[in-house]
Design a protein around this ligand. Structure first.
Ligand code: GAP
Length: 513
């Protein structure tokens, strides 16, 4: 665990040192849970957004995109249920003065018991070797059974308390589990209270003219209110989807996990409109499809798992998360929700406008059901950096190269900089030749030209920002018009003809189809 924590710290420092993520308004000591993306961060974020857009819109026959405004009519949030129900249960520790989400405190406690169970399982696996049957062990070992029952009982109590909005019962779970504040170590808790997560502001200049509007807490509602516009103008036939990416805002109670939980973040959401009665099949379809999309990035499959929701959001009939093994453990990366006709029906009720689809085959109108996929771009960014980050010892082959390196093994098509063009020295006409190649490549890809420092140091810097290829121009280039191409992960260098550079690079960094 200590190692995991340090790894997280190392990743945060790396992100800052190499221009990926900075604390917002840092010269004023930052603003809690708000971050800025630096020169390489913005490129990686843009590429991740594009990877999503390509697979969700460009490569789909029946999904189109929109870009709705952040501000929406305030009735939207009454209809969607966010004004009344978009709450988190919060609790304060009177000694540390720290505020927590009550459900997170309980979940963390459950994770500790789960870790104990896993330790027993791992120990037994070591002891029994190949003959080990995990399922049998979990259902017969007394300590594992006892701990599993404890987990199930706490989960059941929390589910009931959250469903019944019973904050006293939430507090009682914390008391019964003897949960202490991780900072003060005391159990001196306030009562649990509900806290609405929406940010409100005013539209209009004069108090009497102004009205309260909210910064959208999810992008989804911009899609629902445009359902008929898009269906008509796009001549869409059900089943079809509407996708969008954009900022969302939540006044998170606890925001101490870097870009995992932010107050301003970006979502990539798709609402898939279907015929009522087909939701079970489509829910499964999108669960599978979204997991495949994550796995296609090529990071180990063991980093991903599904987690069914214990407490359903006010709009959901079924919901699960795709969780990622972040440096602080498995946590939600993406949500897949079966939203029934909740949103469209609510908007019909509040707006007085019909939001229905006329099915020409059935010759009837209906309010479509919706399956939603919703992934946080910042969480995807963190998952990508965490899975790519490697500290390793390496053999040195060139001057100035250190024996250890930090390398970001970002999939080449996502890398912020695709190619670095490096003259071996600053003289003998090498920079001129290098600039010729750089000026050719920069029309196709994000490239960097760098002539400062030893070549080894420049390679290390490119490793640290995840640049998959370095093209080095040396004295041989001037005689036979060849350069070396160095591959980031293997550090292998090949000699290739200058005329081949453009095609070789294009082939190696191209988007997956
Ligand atoms: N429209 C459905 C919806 O908003 P959600 O599970 O609340 O569902 C979807 O959010 C995704 O948005 C999450 O899986 C997560 O990746 C991202 N997300 C939510 N809150 C976030 C926050 N405070 N900071 C960063 N990402 C967040």
């Amino acid at each position: 665990m200590a190692e995991q924590k340090d790894l997280f710290k190392d990743i945060i420092s790396h992100c800052k040192e190499y221009g990926f993520v900075f604390p917002s308004s840092e010269i004023y000591d930052g603003l809690s849970a708000v971050y800025d993306y630096g020169e390489f961060g913005v490129e990686l974020k843009k590429n991740l957004r594009e990877y999503w857009w390509r697979s969700m819109v460009q490569l789909q026959d029946n999904i189109v995109g929109i870009d709705a405004a952040i501000f929406m009519h305030p009735a939207t949030w009454k209809a969607s249920g966010h004004v009344d129900a978009f709450n988190d249960p919060m609790i304060d520790n009177k000694d540390s003065k720290k505020r927590y989400r009550a459900d997170t405190l309980i979940e963390d406690y459950i994770s500790k018991i789960e870790a104990k169970v896993q330790k027993e399982v791992d120990k037994a696996r070591m002891r029994f070797g190949e003959t080990f049957d995990e399922q049998q062990f979990r259902t017969t070992n007394a300590r594992v059974i006892e701990n599993q029952q404890k987990i199930d009982s706490i989960n059941a109590r929390m589910k009931q308390a959250l469903e019944e909005n019973d904050m006293q019962a939430m507090k009682q779970i914390i008391v019964d589990c003897d949960i202490a504040d991780p900072i003060s170590g005391t159990r001196n808790w306030t009562d649990v209270r509900q806290f609405n997560l929406m940010f409100a502001t005013q539209v209009g200049s004069l108090a009497e003219e102004s009205s309260t509007v909210y910064l959208r807490p999810e992008t989804a509602q911009g899609i629902f209110v445009n359902f008929l516009n898009v269906q008509k103008t796009g001549r869409m036939k059900i089943p079809f989807g509407i996708a969008q990416t954009g900022k969302a805002f939540r006044n998170e109670i606890v925001a101490r996990q870097f870009i995992f939980r932010m107050r301003e973040f970006e979502q990539m959401e798709m609402q898939f409109f279907i015929k009522p009665g087909t939701e079970t099949d489509w829910y499964k379809h999108w669960k599978d499809s979204r997991m495949q999309w994550h796995l296609a990035l090529g990071f180990p499959a063991a980093n991903y798992r599904f987690h069914d929701h214990l407490k359903l959001a006010h709009y959901a009939k079924a919901a699960c998360d795709i969780e990622f093994n972040f440096p602080f453990g498995f946590k939600e990366l993406e949500g897949i929700h079966s939203r029934s006709d909740f949103d469209l029906s609510q908007h019909e009720k509040f707006s007085g406008k019909k939001l229905q689809y006329f099915d020409p085959d059935l010759n009837e109108n209906f309010v479509p059901y919706v399956i939603e996929t919703s992934v946080g771009l910042d969480r995807l960014f963190l998952a990508t950096i965490a899975a790519s980050y490697h500290e390793e010892q390496v053999p040195t082959s060139v001057e100035g190269e250190e024996a250890s390196r930090v390398v970001l093994r970002i999939p080449p098509f996502l890398a912020p900089i695709k190619v670095a063009v490096l003259p071996l020295t600053k003289k003998d006409g090498l920079p001129e030749k290098a600039l010729e190649i750089f000026n050719l490549l920069r029309h196709q890809h994000m490239c960097q030209y760098e002539e400062k420092d030893s070549i080894g140091r420049r390679y290390r810097r490119m490793d640290a920002i995840g640049t998959p290829y370095c093209i080095t121009i040396d004295h041989q280039t001037l005689t036979d018009n060849t350069v070396t191409i160095r591959e980031r992960d293997s550090m292998k260098q090949d000699r290739i003809a200058v005329e081949a550079v453009e095609k070789i690079v294009a082939d190696r960094v191209k988007w997956p189809s």
